[in-house]
Design a binder for this molecule. Sequence first.
Ligand SMILES: Nc1ncnc2c1ncn2[C@@H]1O[C@H](COP(=O)(O)OP(=O)(O)OP(=O)(O)O)[C@@H](O)[C@H]1O
Ligand SMILES: [Mg+2]
Length: 334
Amino acid sequence: MPDGAAPVLDVKGLKTVFQTRSGKIHAVNDVSFDLRPGELLGVVGESGSGKSVTMMSLIGLLPSPPADVCAGQVLFGGRDLLKTDADALRGIRGKRIGFVFQDPMTSLNPVFNVGFQICEPLRKHMGLSKAAARNRAVELLELVGIPDARRRLDDYPHQFSGGMRQRVMIAIALACDPEVLIADEPTTALDVTIQAQILELVKDLREKLGMAIIWITHDLGVIAGIADRVIVMYAGQVVEQAPVQELFSNPQHPYTRSLLKTIPSVSGDRAPRLQVIEGQPPIQMKAPDACPFLPRCAHGFDRCAAENPARLAVGQGHDVACFWDPATGGPRHV
Ligand SMILES: Nc1ncnc2c1ncn2[C@@H]1O[C@H](COP(=O)(O)OP(=O)(O)OP(=O)(O)O)[C@@H](O)[C@H]1O
Ligand SMILES: [Mg+2]
Protein backbone atom coordinates (compact mmCIF):
# COMPACT_ATOMS: atom_id res chain seq x y z
CA MET A 1 0.00 0.00 0.00
CA PRO A 2 1.64 3.26 -1.09
CA ASP A 3 1.86 5.64 1.86
CA GLY A 4 0.89 8.76 -0.03
CA ALA A 5 -2.08 7.23 -1.91
CA ALA A 6 -5.33 9.18 -1.63
CA PRO A 7 -7.61 7.57 0.94
CA VAL A 8 -10.69 5.68 -0.20
CA LEU A 9 -12.50 6.88 2.88
CA ASP A 10 -11.61 9.97 4.89
CA VAL A 11 -13.43 10.61 8.16
CA LYS A 12 -12.99 13.99 9.84
CA GLY A 13 -14.28 15.22 13.18
CA LEU A 14 -17.19 12.77 13.39
CA LYS A 15 -19.57 13.23 16.34
CA THR A 16 -22.60 11.13 17.18
CA VAL A 17 -24.91 11.60 20.15
CA PHE A 18 -27.90 9.59 21.34
CA GLN A 19 -30.86 11.42 22.79
CA THR A 20 -32.07 9.37 25.76
CA ARG A 21 -34.51 10.00 28.60
CA SER A 22 -31.66 10.58 30.99
CA GLY A 23 -29.87 12.97 28.66
CA LYS A 24 -27.50 13.01 25.71
CA ILE A 25 -24.96 10.20 25.37
CA HIS A 26 -21.84 11.34 23.51
CA ALA A 27 -20.99 8.05 21.83
CA VAL A 28 -18.58 9.33 19.15
CA ASN A 29 -16.44 12.35 20.00
CA ASP A 30 -14.50 13.98 17.22
CA VAL A 31 -13.28 10.83 15.49
CA SER A 32 -10.94 11.22 12.50
CA PHE A 33 -9.20 8.52 10.50
CA ASP A 34 -8.69 7.48 6.93
CA LEU A 35 -8.63 4.22 5.00
CA ARG A 36 -6.20 3.76 2.15
CA PRO A 37 -6.63 1.65 -0.97
CA GLY A 38 -6.19 -2.05 -0.31
CA GLU A 39 -5.28 -1.72 3.35
CA LEU A 40 -6.71 -3.53 6.33
CA LEU A 41 -7.38 -1.08 9.14
CA GLY A 42 -7.96 -2.66 12.54
CA VAL A 43 -10.23 -0.87 15.01
CA VAL A 44 -9.81 -2.01 18.58
CA GLY A 45 -11.33 -1.03 21.92
CA GLU A 46 -13.36 -2.40 24.80
CA SER A 47 -17.09 -2.89 24.70
CA GLY A 48 -18.85 0.48 24.58
CA SER A 49 -15.89 2.40 23.16
CA GLY A 50 -17.90 3.48 20.11
CA LYS A 51 -16.53 1.17 17.41
CA SER A 52 -19.88 0.09 15.97
CA VAL A 53 -21.57 3.46 16.38
CA THR A 54 -18.69 5.13 14.52
CA MET A 55 -18.95 2.78 11.55
CA MET A 56 -22.74 2.81 11.46
CA SER A 57 -22.66 6.63 11.54
CA LEU A 58 -20.48 6.69 8.44
CA ILE A 59 -22.96 4.95 6.24
CA GLY A 60 -26.20 6.25 7.70
CA LEU A 61 -27.27 3.05 9.43
CA LEU A 62 -28.31 4.56 12.77
CA PRO A 63 -31.97 5.34 13.29
CA SER A 64 -32.53 9.03 13.97
CA PRO A 65 -33.90 9.62 16.56
CA PRO A 66 -32.37 8.55 18.90
CA ALA A 67 -29.06 8.94 17.04
CA ASP A 68 -27.83 12.28 15.74
CA VAL A 69 -24.66 12.34 13.65
CA CYS A 70 -24.13 15.99 14.49
CA ALA A 71 -20.69 16.91 13.14
CA GLY A 72 -17.97 15.83 10.76
CA GLN A 73 -17.31 14.80 7.21
CA VAL A 74 -17.11 11.37 5.63
CA LEU A 75 -15.43 11.73 2.25
CA PHE A 76 -15.95 8.84 -0.12
CA GLY A 77 -15.80 8.85 -3.93
CA GLY A 78 -15.66 12.66 -4.12
CA ARG A 79 -18.64 13.33 -1.86
CA ASP A 80 -19.48 13.75 1.80
CA LEU A 81 -21.63 10.81 2.87
CA LEU A 82 -23.06 12.84 5.75
CA LYS A 83 -24.53 15.25 3.20
CA THR A 84 -25.74 12.54 0.85
CA ASP A 85 -29.50 11.97 0.70
CA ALA A 86 -30.99 8.70 1.90
CA ASP A 87 -31.67 7.35 -1.60
CA ALA A 88 -28.16 7.93 -2.90
CA LEU A 89 -26.76 6.51 0.32
CA ARG A 90 -28.78 3.32 -0.15
CA GLY A 91 -27.17 3.06 -3.59
CA ILE A 92 -23.70 3.25 -2.03
CA ARG A 93 -24.37 1.04 0.97
CA GLY A 94 -24.23 -2.63 0.14
CA LYS A 95 -22.83 -1.79 -3.29
CA ARG A 96 -19.68 0.30 -2.99
CA ILE A 97 -19.37 -0.17 0.78
CA GLY A 98 -20.14 -3.67 2.01
CA PHE A 99 -20.66 -4.31 5.69
CA VAL A 100 -21.12 -7.04 8.26
CA PHE A 101 -22.41 -5.75 11.59
CA GLN A 102 -23.15 -7.44 14.90
CA ASP A 103 -26.45 -5.64 15.02
CA PRO A 104 -29.47 -7.90 14.38
CA MET A 105 -31.04 -5.22 12.18
CA THR A 106 -28.30 -5.64 9.63
CA SER A 107 -27.80 -9.39 9.84
CA LEU A 108 -29.49 -12.29 8.07
CA ASN A 109 -33.25 -12.37 7.93
CA PRO A 110 -34.53 -15.68 9.37
CA VAL A 111 -37.59 -15.83 7.10
CA PHE A 112 -35.80 -15.79 3.74
CA ASN A 113 -33.46 -18.43 2.38
CA VAL A 114 -29.86 -17.35 1.93
CA GLY A 115 -30.09 -17.53 -1.87
CA PHE A 116 -32.74 -14.82 -1.83
CA GLN A 117 -30.68 -12.70 0.56
CA ILE A 118 -27.55 -12.90 -1.60
CA CYS A 119 -29.46 -12.36 -4.85
CA GLU A 120 -31.35 -9.33 -3.61
CA PRO A 121 -28.43 -6.84 -3.70
CA LEU A 122 -27.25 -8.35 -6.99
CA ARG A 123 -30.60 -7.72 -8.62
CA LYS A 124 -31.17 -4.34 -6.97
CA HIS A 125 -27.71 -2.80 -7.39
CA MET A 126 -26.29 -4.68 -10.36
CA GLY A 127 -29.50 -5.25 -12.30
CA LEU A 128 -28.78 -8.97 -12.75
CA SER A 129 -31.49 -11.32 -13.97
CA LYS A 130 -32.77 -13.99 -11.59
CA ALA A 131 -30.66 -16.72 -13.19
CA ALA A 132 -27.51 -14.60 -13.40
CA ALA A 133 -27.91 -13.54 -9.76
CA ARG A 134 -28.23 -17.19 -8.71
CA ASN A 135 -25.08 -18.12 -10.57
CA ARG A 136 -23.22 -15.24 -9.01
CA ALA A 137 -24.58 -16.25 -5.57
CA VAL A 138 -23.11 -19.73 -6.05
CA GLU A 139 -19.75 -18.20 -6.95
CA LEU A 140 -19.87 -15.99 -3.86
CA LEU A 141 -20.68 -18.87 -1.52
CA GLU A 142 -17.82 -20.83 -3.05
CA LEU A 143 -15.55 -17.82 -2.64
CA VAL A 144 -16.25 -17.70 1.11
CA GLY A 145 -15.72 -21.45 1.45
CA ILE A 146 -19.23 -22.85 1.77
CA PRO A 147 -19.32 -26.41 0.45
CA ASP A 148 -22.08 -27.61 -1.84
CA ALA A 149 -22.95 -24.00 -2.61
CA ARG A 150 -25.73 -24.40 -5.20
CA ARG A 151 -27.77 -26.69 -2.98
CA ARG A 152 -27.28 -24.47 0.06
CA LEU A 153 -28.92 -21.47 -1.64
CA ASP A 154 -32.30 -22.87 -0.65
CA ASP A 155 -31.38 -23.25 3.01
CA TYR A 156 -32.49 -20.82 5.70
CA PRO A 157 -30.07 -19.06 8.08
CA HIS A 158 -30.86 -21.42 11.00
CA GLN A 159 -29.65 -24.36 8.90
CA PHE A 160 -26.10 -22.93 8.94
CA SER A 161 -23.66 -23.05 11.85
CA GLY A 162 -22.49 -19.75 13.40
CA GLY A 163 -19.26 -19.73 11.40
CA MET A 164 -21.05 -20.55 8.15
CA ARG A 165 -23.64 -17.83 8.81
CA GLN A 166 -20.77 -15.39 9.23
CA ARG A 167 -19.40 -16.54 5.87
CA VAL A 168 -22.81 -16.02 4.26
CA MET A 169 -22.89 -12.48 5.65
CA ILE A 170 -19.45 -11.82 4.20
CA ALA A 171 -20.65 -13.20 0.86
CA ILE A 172 -23.57 -10.74 0.89
CA ALA A 173 -21.25 -7.88 1.83
CA LEU A 174 -18.98 -8.80 -1.10
CA ALA A 175 -21.79 -9.42 -3.59
CA CYS A 176 -21.44 -6.16 -5.50
CA ASP A 177 -17.65 -6.07 -5.42
CA PRO A 178 -17.37 -3.16 -2.96
CA GLU A 179 -14.39 -0.81 -2.69
CA VAL A 180 -14.65 -0.96 1.10
CA LEU A 181 -15.67 -3.77 3.44
CA ILE A 182 -16.55 -2.91 7.06
CA ALA A 183 -16.63 -5.98 9.29
CA ASP A 184 -17.71 -5.87 12.92
CA GLU A 185 -16.36 -9.05 14.45
CA PRO A 186 -18.92 -11.20 16.21
CA THR A 187 -17.32 -11.63 19.59
CA THR A 188 -19.55 -14.04 21.44
CA ALA A 189 -21.08 -16.32 18.85
CA LEU A 190 -17.97 -17.88 17.38
CA ASP A 191 -15.33 -20.04 19.00
CA VAL A 192 -11.64 -19.32 18.57
CA THR A 193 -11.02 -21.87 15.82
CA ILE A 194 -13.90 -20.58 13.72
CA GLN A 195 -12.74 -17.00 14.27
CA ALA A 196 -9.28 -17.97 13.05
CA GLN A 197 -10.84 -19.51 9.92
CA ILE A 198 -12.83 -16.34 9.25
CA LEU A 199 -9.67 -14.26 9.61
CA GLU A 200 -7.86 -16.51 7.15
CA LEU A 201 -10.77 -16.08 4.78
CA VAL A 202 -10.64 -12.29 5.05
CA LYS A 203 -6.89 -12.21 4.44
CA ASP A 204 -7.36 -14.42 1.43
CA LEU A 205 -10.24 -12.34 0.06
CA ARG A 206 -8.29 -9.15 0.40
CA GLU A 207 -5.51 -10.64 -1.66
CA LYS A 208 -7.94 -11.91 -4.28
CA LEU A 209 -10.22 -8.88 -4.47
CA GLY A 210 -7.96 -6.03 -3.36
CA MET A 211 -10.57 -4.02 -1.49
CA ALA A 212 -9.85 -1.92 1.60
CA ILE A 213 -11.13 -3.41 4.85
CA ILE A 214 -12.05 -2.03 8.26
CA TRP A 215 -11.95 -4.85 10.81
CA ILE A 216 -13.48 -4.14 14.23
CA THR A 217 -12.50 -6.27 17.19
CA HIS A 218 -12.01 -6.29 20.98
CA ASP A 219 -8.86 -8.22 20.53
CA LEU A 220 -5.43 -6.79 19.75
CA GLY A 221 -4.19 -10.34 19.23
CA VAL A 222 -6.51 -10.68 16.23
CA ILE A 223 -5.29 -7.35 14.86
CA ALA A 224 -1.65 -8.44 15.08
CA GLY A 225 -2.28 -11.20 12.56
CA ILE A 226 -4.11 -9.27 9.88
CA ALA A 227 -4.00 -5.46 10.07
CA ASP A 228 -1.71 -2.97 8.33
CA ARG A 229 -2.69 -0.13 10.60
CA VAL A 230 -4.62 0.14 13.83
CA ILE A 231 -6.78 2.72 15.52
CA VAL A 232 -7.44 2.32 19.23
CA MET A 233 -10.74 3.70 20.51
CA TYR A 234 -11.68 4.67 24.04
CA ALA A 235 -14.87 6.45 25.14
CA GLY A 236 -15.82 7.39 21.61
CA GLN A 237 -12.40 8.81 20.75
CA VAL A 238 -9.41 7.64 18.79
CA VAL A 239 -6.69 7.62 21.47
CA GLU A 240 -3.91 6.12 19.35
CA GLN A 241 -3.22 5.29 15.72
CA ALA A 242 -0.17 3.52 14.29
CA PRO A 243 1.09 1.00 11.76
CA VAL A 244 0.56 -2.41 13.33
CA GLN A 245 4.18 -3.27 14.10
CA GLU A 246 4.82 0.18 15.52
CA LEU A 247 1.78 -0.14 17.77
CA PHE A 248 3.02 -3.44 19.18
CA SER A 249 6.65 -2.41 19.56
CA ASN A 250 6.14 1.14 20.70
CA PRO A 251 2.69 1.66 22.25
CA GLN A 252 2.27 5.13 23.69
CA HIS A 253 -1.16 5.47 25.27
CA PRO A 254 -1.59 3.91 28.73
CA TYR A 255 -4.82 2.35 27.47
CA THR A 256 -3.09 0.70 24.49
CA ARG A 257 -0.33 -0.47 26.81
CA SER A 258 -2.90 -2.08 29.12
CA LEU A 259 -4.68 -3.71 26.18
CA LEU A 260 -1.40 -5.22 25.04
CA LYS A 261 -0.90 -6.76 28.47
CA THR A 262 -4.26 -8.51 28.13
CA ILE A 263 -3.07 -10.55 25.13
CA PRO A 264 -2.17 -14.10 26.18
CA SER A 265 1.42 -15.01 25.47
CA VAL A 266 1.85 -16.33 21.95
CA SER A 267 4.68 -18.66 22.94
CA GLY A 268 2.23 -21.34 24.00
CA ASP A 269 2.84 -21.04 27.73
CA ARG A 270 -0.27 -18.99 28.25
CA ALA A 271 -0.45 -16.77 31.27
CA PRO A 272 -2.73 -18.56 33.74
CA ARG A 273 -4.99 -15.52 33.98
CA LEU A 274 -5.40 -12.61 31.65
CA GLN A 275 -4.57 -9.30 33.15
CA VAL A 276 -7.60 -7.06 32.88
CA ILE A 277 -7.76 -3.31 33.05
CA GLU A 278 -9.33 -2.20 36.31
CA GLY A 279 -12.48 -0.12 36.09
CA GLN A 280 -15.17 0.49 33.51
CA PRO A 281 -15.18 2.58 30.37
CA PRO A 282 -17.31 5.67 31.01
CA ILE A 283 -20.69 6.45 29.49
CA GLN A 284 -20.24 10.04 28.34
CA MET A 285 -23.15 12.20 29.40
CA LYS A 286 -21.32 15.36 28.35
CA ALA A 287 -18.75 16.28 25.72
CA PRO A 288 -15.37 15.32 27.20
CA ASP A 289 -13.46 18.21 28.80
CA ALA A 290 -10.80 16.00 30.41
CA CYS A 291 -8.99 12.85 29.37
CA PRO A 292 -11.70 10.15 29.51
CA PHE A 293 -9.15 7.50 30.51
CA LEU A 294 -7.95 9.45 33.57
CA PRO A 295 -10.08 7.55 36.16
CA ARG A 296 -8.37 4.29 35.12
CA CYS A 297 -4.92 5.65 34.31
CA ALA A 298 -1.84 4.97 36.43
CA HIS A 299 0.04 7.96 34.99
CA GLY A 300 -2.45 10.83 35.10
CA PHE A 301 -1.58 14.26 36.43
CA ASP A 302 -3.22 17.72 36.77
CA ARG A 303 -3.33 18.59 33.12
CA CYS A 304 -5.23 15.39 32.23
CA ALA A 305 -8.10 16.55 34.46
CA ALA A 306 -8.13 20.05 32.97
CA GLU A 307 -7.97 19.28 29.25
CA ASN A 308 -8.82 16.49 26.83
CA PRO A 309 -5.55 15.79 25.00
CA ALA A 310 -5.57 16.29 21.21
CA ARG A 311 -3.87 13.71 18.98
CA LEU A 312 -0.19 14.42 18.66
CA ALA A 313 2.15 12.95 16.04
CA VAL A 314 4.87 10.86 17.67
CA GLY A 315 6.24 9.01 14.65
CA GLN A 316 5.61 8.06 11.03
CA GLY A 317 1.84 7.51 10.83
CA HIS A 318 1.75 7.25 14.62
CA ASP A 319 -0.23 9.62 16.82
CA VAL A 320 -1.50 9.54 20.36
CA ALA A 321 -3.92 11.55 22.50
CA CYS A 322 -2.07 11.62 25.79
CA PHE A 323 -0.05 14.06 27.90
CA TRP A 324 2.13 11.35 29.45
CA ASP A 325 5.36 10.26 27.78
CA PRO A 326 6.33 6.61 28.33
CA ALA A 327 9.92 7.37 27.27
CA THR A 328 10.51 9.64 30.25
CA GLY A 329 7.69 8.53 32.54
CA GLY A 330 6.77 12.20 32.84
CA PRO A 331 4.66 14.77 30.99
CA ARG A 332 5.10 15.19 27.26
CA HIS A 333 6.46 18.53 26.20
CA VAL A 334 3.53 19.88 24.18
N1 LIG B 1 -29.41 3.16 20.72
C1 LIG B 1 -28.57 3.69 21.64
N2 LIG B 1 -29.04 4.54 22.58
C2 LIG B 1 -28.20 5.08 23.50
N3 LIG B 1 -26.90 4.83 23.58
C3 LIG B 1 -26.38 4.00 22.68
C4 LIG B 1 -27.18 3.37 21.66
N4 LIG B 1 -26.38 2.57 20.90
C5 LIG B 1 -25.13 2.70 21.43
N5 LIG B 1 -25.13 3.55 22.49
C6 LIG B 1 -23.98 3.93 23.31
O1 LIG B 1 -22.90 4.29 22.46
C7 LIG B 1 -21.67 3.90 23.04
C8 LIG B 1 -20.83 3.17 22.02
O2 LIG B 1 -21.45 1.94 21.68
P1 LIG B 1 -20.89 0.95 20.55
O3 LIG B 1 -21.97 -0.03 20.31
O4 LIG B 1 -20.39 1.72 19.40
O5 LIG B 1 -19.67 0.27 21.29
P2 LIG B 1 -18.69 -0.85 20.69
O6 LIG B 1 -17.32 -0.29 20.81
O7 LIG B 1 -19.14 -1.27 19.35
O8 LIG B 1 -18.88 -2.02 21.75
P3 LIG B 1 -18.89 -3.63 21.49
O9 LIG B 1 -17.46 -4.01 21.45
O10 LIG B 1 -19.58 -4.15 22.71
O11 LIG B 1 -19.62 -3.91 20.23
C9 LIG B 1 -22.00 3.08 24.28
O12 LIG B 1 -21.80 3.90 25.42
C10 LIG B 1 -23.45 2.75 24.10
O13 LIG B 1 -24.08 2.67 25.34
MG1 LIG C 1 -19.88 -3.01 18.58
